[in-house]
Design a protein around this ligand. Structure first.
Ligand code: DGL
Length: 257
C-alpha cells in the first residue's frame, strides 16, 4: 500500500517524518506546494482549488490513501477531496482533536494555527460539542519564523510569548499546534510553558493510523515533490528527513480540473 501526503510547503514534512518512522515499509509520495505557500492567508475557494490540484497529482502514483498534512487545507478541503477521490482521505483535524481529548484533564484547550484555520473554527466547533472550553489564536508569524529556521532563542521566544501568553493565562492544560509548521517550535513552546501538554499534527496522525489499523506495506519508496525551489525548503528538508531527493514539478499545468 502506498500513501500520498501533501502540504502547502515544508511543514507537512513533520508529518512525513513521523509516518515514515512509524511505517518504514510504506511507499510515501510527498508534495509540498512551495510555489504557492502560504495557504493560510488565502480564500476558501483558492485553498480548495490548490488542494484538489495537489491531491490529483499524488493520485497519479496510484496511492491507496491520502493524508492532508496541512491544517489549513484540512479545514477547508477535506469534504471536497472525500467527495471526488475514491481512496480514504485523512485530514489532521480529527486526529488532533482525538489526541487533545485524551490529554486534557481540566477541559480547557488552546488551539493555534494560521488565520484561515482559526477562522474556519474547524477544531473549535468539534471540541465545543465534546464539552471542551476552547481558546483560539492565529499566530501568523510562526510560519515565516520556521521557514527562516528561527525555532529557538530570544527572537523565537519573544514572538511565541507575544501570541501565547494570552491563551496560556486562560488556564489551558493542553495546546493543539494546529499547523504543520509549528512542531518545529515545540521545544521552545515547551520550554516557555512546561505545564502545558502539546498536541502536534504529526504525532496525532500516526496515532490515528495505528488506532485505525491502517497498515502501509510496500517497498519503502520515499519521494518528495515541490512546486518551487527555495533555500529554506532545502535546509529544513535536510534537517527533517535527510537526503531524500527532491524533484520540482509544475503542478497547476499538469493538473487542471
Ligand atoms: N501548512 C500550513 C498549515 O498547516 C501552514 C502554512 C500555510 O499557511 O500554508 O496550516
Amino acid at each position: 500500500m502506498s500513501i500520498g501526503i501533501f502540504d502547502s510547503g515544508i511543514g507537512g514534512l513533520t508529518v512525513f517524518k513521523e509516518v515514515a518512522r512509524e511505517f518504514p515499509q510504506a511507499d510515501i509520495y510527498y508534495l509540498g506546494d512551495t510555489a504557492r505557500v502560504p495557504y493560510g492567508n488565502k480564500s476558501k475557494e483558492t485553498i480548495i482549488r490548490y488542494s484538489i490540484e495537489a491531491a490529483k497529482y499524488l493520485t497519479g502514483f496510484g496511492i491507496d490513501a491520502l493524508i492532508i498534512a496541512c491544517n489549513t487545507a484540512s479545514s477547508y478541503a477535506l469534504d471536497t477531496l472525500r467527495e471526488i477521490l475514491e481512496i480514504p482521505v485523512i485530514g489532521v483535524i480529527q486526529p488532533g482533536i482525538e489526541t487533545a481529548l485524551k490529554k486534557t484533564k481540566n477541559g480547557r484547550v488552546g488551539v493555534i494555527g494560521t488565520q484561515a484555520t482559526i477562522k474556519s473554527n474547524s477544531y473549535k466547533n468539534i471540541l465545543i460539542q465534546k464539552g471542551i472550553t476552547v481558546f483560539q489564536k492565529a499566530c501568523p508569524l510562526f510560519v515565516p519564523l520556521v521557514e527562516e529556521g528561527i525555532i529557538e532563542g530570544e527572537i523565537a521566544e519573544l514572538i511565541i510569548k507575544n501570541y501565547l501568553d494570552e491563551i496560556v493565562a486562560k488556564d489551558i492544560d493542553t495546546l493543539i499546534l494546529g499547523c504543520t509548521h509549528y512542531p518545529l517550535l515545540r521545544n521552545t513552546i515547551n520550554k516557555l510553558y512546561p505545564q502545558i501538554k502539546i498536541v502536534d499534527s504529526s504525532q496525532a496522525i500516526t496515532e490515528f493510523l495505528h488506532n485505525n489499523n491502517l497498515k502501509f506495506n510496500g517497498g519503502g519508496t520515499k519521494k518528495i515533490f515541490i512546486t518551487d525551489e527555495s533555500e529554506s525548503f532545502s535546509k529544513l528538508k535536510t534537517m527533517l528527513v535527510g537526503n531524500i531527493p527532491v524533484e520540482k514539478i509544475e503542478l497547476s499545468e499538469i493538473c487542471r480540473v
